[in-house]
Design a binder for this molecule. Structure first.
Ligand code: WTA
Length: 648
């Protein structure tokens, strides 16, 4: 990583408009006070926020305790997350969820309704014999029932793990078995792009491959499409509900009890079960919803993320509901029935705060640059992005066309592991520049560190992005794999810093620019995928001998996947475009559509060093259309490079 110098220069900058500034939750002074108070006494800073923002059943005794990398927060405190999301907002005549389905059915659910729905479902789950600490898999699209399922788990102290409903049966099976879930909750089916996705069928396949821990599958009749009903395992959601309204007392949870596990890709083949706990996670979710999204009483907040990702956890479910906000959820494709669907939803529902991913912005810009002109988007007052760096062209389009040149844009940097936004503008204060997530939030101590552990102070010099001090919503580990937790996030700088895996630089004004990953993780359409995970799925094909996966820049997806593949000797006749297509679908079946390689190249061998290591650097050069750079003298077989350039 020596001397990564950035050549990128962006001179446009945007100040928040006066109307926004006048009403914003955080002002220049308040923000300064927060930074100061953190610097003076970090424990006092977090303790005060925790008492202000969370309803505690019992107050905590310590703030941050323990040692790297095993920190604990708010010990001896007792609370319940579902109580914080529901009980304190009932009897106020307040809307919690506006749900729009792909075929445009609208359903509004008040906090009172949601409270009763969650209590009823909690009662039903309890009747199934589930107890605190049991794991529950939720394999559902972003619907009110998925949120009810999550909150019911939280109410009972069950640890949920939401699996993105686009994942394949094999990915689902891996996750079920890794956390040894007792129950899976799913739907019969859901619609995407007008087509029925048979979620229950995928669950059946996963279970048939072997999931010994699963006792039952709870099926919500979402579309009422026909399903195979296995009497030994399956139960219908509506049939386990009690006929009269039940109220379930929230389980008294300790601050450090697990709230959920969420699987994310790492640089090895096996996804990591990131663990988040009750109090710390809740606190950062709440404060970032207030600080970064400036949420208020009258807002309608639409975060387009699926609940299968961390963004869906912190900015669709827990953060907004724990601040008593109204969320909009849309359970459909962004381009269905047409590419103006998002703008139509914003206009019809008077969305005020809109949070989406750069890949969605680029897609919608490409397919309908001027379509937003047809809509009245004046209800919007704040825009956000997450998942990958946003290119300035898309940023400016988002600002002009969607925000009517009037809305601040918060480019939020964070990770599944961090639980909530870490680096982001404060919309009423920060001068934004397209392409940077700007400055760390109060309480978040960010560093850019060279490989040999020195703090990089020179402007625009790249290095490892680290977090130097613990924060409440930090991951507590990887489910069942303490060694991997230590190795992945802490070993590089000997437990001194949390290592994000990203590289970044700071410009002359202190703005942080994310430059990319320092490990084998690629970011396709804002979703993290491990190259090893994709490689192992390709290699599991009978015809394949070896595979190496790298990424290259893609106009819409941000990064796309290029797989270099060699076939076993008796199958070399299959080096054809048809088989390349088969392999793409193979990966889709194994992992899910997001992992499908955009390009595949076959060759007789992969470039390797004499010691047998695949030279990914060369493959990256080829995939990115660059000249082969650096030393190739250790390469075993130079002729192979020519063959590799033949892309199918
Ligand atoms: C990338 C998503 C640039 C980064 C919340 C990070 C970003 C990974 C941004 C985490 C951003 C996320 N600018 N890059 N605003 N936000 N990333 O766990 O590489 O799905 O490490 O969490 O996405 O992805 P994850």
């Amino acid at each position: 990583m020596k001397n990564i110098e950035s050549k990128l220069k962006e001179s446009r900058s945007y100040k928040p408009n006066n109307t926004f500034v006048a009403q914003s939750n955080l002002t220049v002074n308040l923000l300064e006070q927060l930074h100061k108070s953190y610097k003076n006494d970090s424990d006092a800073f977090w303790g005060k926020l925790a008492r202000q923002n969370i309803d505690w059943i019992k107050d905590f005794k310590t703030i941050c305790s323990g040692e790297a990398p095993f920190y604990k927060w708010f010990e001896e405190g007792k609370l319940n997350v579902s109580e914080n999301c529901l009980d304190r907002y009932i009897n106020k005549n307040k809307l919690a969820i506006i749900h729009i389905s792909e075929d445009d059915k609208k359903k509004s659910i008040s906090y009172d309704d949601l409270y009763y729905l969650v209590n009823n479902f909690s009662y039903a789950l309890k009747q199934q014999g589930l107890i605190k600490g049991d794991r529950v898999i939720i394999y559902m699209p972003t619907t009110p029932e998925a949120i009810i399922a999550m909150l019911s788990c939280a109410r009972l102290g069950l640890i949920h793990s939401v699996v993105f409903a686009g994942f394949s049966s094999e990915s689902l099976q891996n996750r079920i078995n890794d956390c040894k879930a007792k129950i899976i909750i799913t739907v019969d089916g859901f619609k995407r792009n007008g087509k029925i996705i048979k979620a229950k069928e995928t669950v059946d396949q996963a279970l048939s491959m072997g999931c010994p821990s699963i006792r039952n599958c709870i099926v919500f009749k979402n579309l009422k499409n026909k399903i195979e009903f296995n009497k030994n395992i399956d139960i219908y959601w509506d049939e386990i509900l009690s006929s009269k309204q039940q109220i379930v007392k929230p389980e008294i949870m300790s601050s450090e009890d697990l709230l959920f596990i969420l699987y994310t890709s790492g640089s090895t083949g096996k996804p990591k079960g990131i663990m988040h706990t009750t109090a710390g996670y809740l606190l950062n979710s709440i404060i970032t919803n207030k600080w970064v999204f400036d949420l208020k009483e009258n807002d309608i907040f639409w975060c387009t993320a699926d609940i299968g990702w961390i963004t869906g956890h912190s900015y669709v479910v827990y953060g907004p509901l724990a601040t008593g906000s109204t969320i909009l959820i849309y359970d459909g494709a962004p381009t269905y029935p047409d590419v103006d669907r998002f703008w139509d939803i914003i206009e019809k529902n008077k969305v005020t705060v809109f949070y989406t991913a750069p890949t969605a912005i680029r897609t919608l810009m490409k397919l309908g640059e001027n379509l937003p002109d047809k809509y009245n988007l004046e209800s919007l007052r704040l825009l956000g992005t997450v998942g990958e760096p946003i290119n300035p062209k898309a940023w400016v389009w988002y600002h002009n066309k969607i925000g009517n040149s009037n809305c601040p844009i918060v480019d939020t940097w964070w990770q599944t592991e961090t639980g909530a936004n870490m680096i982001a503008p404060i919309p009423g204060v920060t001068k934004t520049v397209p392409g940077t997530c700007t400055h760390p939030l109060p309480g978040i101590d960010i560093g850019i560190i060279s490989d040999d552990g020195r703090e990089i102070t020179k402007a625009n010099q790249g290095g490892n992005l680290v977090i130097k001090k613990p924060w409440p919503s930090m991951l507590r580990g990887i489910w069942g794999d303490e060694t991997r937790y230590q190795k992945t996030y802490w070993k590089k700088f000997k437990n001194k810093y949390y290592v994000t895996g990203d590289t970044a630089r700071k410009d002359e004004d202190g703005n942080i620019w994310i430059m990319g990953r320092s490990d084998d993780v690629v970011n396709v359409s804002g979703h993290r995928l491990g190259t090893m995970e994709i490689e192992s799925s390709i290699v599991s094909h009978e015809y394949v001998a070896e595979a190496a996966v790298v990424s290259y820049k893609h106009e819409v997806k941000g990064e796309a996947i290029h797989a270099f593949v060699t076939l076993k000797n008796n199958y070399i006749d299959y080096m054809t475009p048809e088989f390349a297509e088969d392999l793409r679908y193979w990966v889709k079946d194994k992992i899910g559509s997001i992992a499908k390689p955009e390009r595949i190249s076959f060759s007789n061998a992969l470039p390797k060093t004499r010691s047998g290591k695949i030279m990914r650097r060369l493959l990256r050069n080829i995939a990115r259309g660059e000249n082969i750079s650096g030393d190739t003298s250790t390469l075993e077989n130079e002729n192979i490079l020519k063959q590799l350039q033949n892309i199918l």
